[in-house]
Design a protein around this ligand. Structure first.
Ligand code: UFG
Length: 338
């Protein structure tokens, strides 16, 4: 069974390609390599023994997208990761973000309809909840006004799906990720941020390996037990597996509505200082960090109510924080010694 994974050479995409192949799916990747490298397809082959087909083009190009779907009309499902994801950059370049993230989704949906491809899994984010009024946050929680154009593209994309499923044969599952971290146990694939990392864990591992001098902890005056913000960190391999479950659910006609939304988190929150402590413990290193002012736009705390995805999908995140940071560290070391 053939699955299209857009953004399949990226961080979550590559881990999902591995999970799909290991479950017997044939994978075709479309990626414009704007934030990843073609050699990921070889790294994937080292893990699974199969090299996924990779087509390099931009899904914001309507003609190329239409042509691709004509040639691959036997696709049974699409997992759509391809998008820009840097919050700060989206504030600087809003139109660039809206065009890329929204036009590519619309092109894919139109081509799916034209070729009777019915199933799409969409990468959404817990960012749609903003700072939730109640924790843990469930899928029923209200959507808050987006803090950034990036966050807004996720909200608008969910709305586009909501409207489109009413007038087409397309069914959709939106997966709202909490904070994906870690890497495949083989250390052959992992997160590869371009330039200075925005996210906590790549910044930690790059500091520990000596590429960054010091981690800045953005604020310790939040109303949390140790003063630093709390997030629901989830191992990328657990996250990847949820995509396989979701795509199977669609193919096997087990959906209860034509658009379903699931939180993908562990249900447990950790503060920034707890993540640092876990890293120091598993790596046996002392991290150079200092507390600085808050980062604009950061919420105080958010963690998932994952009961709906656990019950409905029969999926549960299995890996704990130590395993997550240990795998991120193993990946950083393996990558830098290549
Ligand atoms: N942090 C630091 N120093 C850093 C980087 C991060 O202290 O150098 C802190 C942040 O302030 C935050 C925590 O680490 O408290 C996690 O930050 P990340 O940037 O790793 O993750 P975010 O929770 O900010 O971002 C995630 C997703 C985004 C999404 C956003 C919405 O990565 O895609 O949630 O809140 F938009």
């Amino acid at each position: 069974m053939k699955i299209l994974v857009t953004g399949g050479t990226g961080y979550i995409g590559s881990h999902t390609v591995v999970a799909l192949q290991q479950q017997g799916f044939e994978v075709v990747i479309v990626d414009n390599l704007s934030n990843s490298q073609a050699d990921i397809a070889y790294q994937i082959e080292k893990i699974t023994g199969q090299q996924p087909l990779l087509e390099v083009f931009d899904l914001a190009d309507r003609e190329k997208t239409a042509d691709f779907f004509k040639r691959h009309s036997d696709i049974k499902g699409v997992i759509h990761f391809a998008a820009f994801k840097a919050v700060g950059e989206s504030v600087e370049k809003p139109v660039y973000y809206y065009r890329n993230n929204l036009v590519s989704l619309m092109n894919i949906l139109e081509s799916m309809q034209e070729n009777n491809v019915q199933n799409i899994v969409f990468s959404s984010s817990c960012t749609v909840y903003g700072q939730p009024d109640e924790l843990p946050v469930s899928e029923m929680a209200p959507i808050k006004k987006a803090e950034s154009p990036y966050g807004n593209t996720k909200q608008i994309s969910e709305e586009i799906l909501q409207d489109f499923i009413k007038v087409s044969n397309v069914h959709a599952i939106a997966l709202r990720y909490f904070n994906p971290i870690g890497a495949h146990e083989s250390a052959l694939i992992g997160e590869l941020p371009l330039g200075v990392p925005n996210n906590l864990v790549p910044f930690i591992t790059q500091t520990a390996i000596g590429i960054r001098e010091q981690l800045k902890v953005f604020g310790d005056d939040y109303p949390t037990p140790d003063g630093t913000p709390i997030r629901d960190y989830i191992h990328v391999v657990d996250l990847a597996k949820a995509h396989v479950v979701a795509v199977r659910r669609m193919i096997e006609n087990k959906m209860k509505q034509n658009l379903e939304v699931f939180n993908l988190g562990t249900g447990k929150g950790y503060s920034v200082l707890e993540v640092i402590k876990a890293f120091e413990k598993v790596s046996g290193t002392k991290l150079n960090y200092k507390i600085v002012a808050r980062r604009e736009g950061d919420v105080t705390q958010v963690w998932a109510d994952s009961s709906f995805s656990n019950d409905e999908l029969g999926w549960k995140a299995e890996k704990g924080l130590d395993e997550m940071v240990a795998s991120a560290w193993k990946w950083e070391q393996a990558y830098r010694s290549r």
